[in-house]
Structures are given as C-alpha cells and as structure tokens.
Design a protein around this ligand. Sequence first.
Ligand code: FES
Length: 101
Amino acid sequence: AKITFITSDNETHIVEGDSGSVMELAVNNGIQGIDGDCGGVCSCATCHVHVSPEDISKTGEASEIEKDMLELDDNADAYSRLGCQLAISDALDGIVLRVAK
Ligand code: FES
C-alpha cells in the first residue's frame, strides 16, 4: 500500500509497504516524529498519527486499549490512531497520515 506521511514541518513523504505496521514503515523510512519507543505494543503513543478525515473509513476502529492510550494524549482527536496498531494492507492504500505533535 502507498502511504503518505505529512510531518509536523509540513513535509510530505510517500512510502510503500506491504506488511508490518504503519509505525514500522514510518520508522524504517525515517519519518520524523514517529519514534515507536515501545516497539509497537500500544504503550507509548510516540507513533500517534491523525488520519485524514476522508480516509478514516480505511482504517477500521481503534481497539479499547488503543483508545485508552490515545485518551492520555492531549493532542488526540477523533482522527487519531496509533501507527503500531494499523496493520498495513491494501485497505490502507492511498491513505494520508499527519504525524501528531
Ligand atoms: Fe508505542 Fe505505538 S509504538 S504505542
């Protein structure tokens, strides 16, 4: 799937992946602002992204654990997801993700 990341300094990076998580893809491509400190176990929120509103139907629902984690983040909104909880598949093709501050 082709995935677009927009970093906090408004740089656009289009990267491609076919497995793993959005967090792993971002880290492997050096996307600024995605750290993945907890290694992808939904406990650090350093992989926080905002899904563009028109793409939100591509991602499915966040799990309860993910929602709880996002609630602790002041910058979270209705389009927030944790990148480590988004598995890359064809369903995400074309998605635009803004890296959270
Ligand atoms: Fe830690 Fe996603 S990498 S919550």
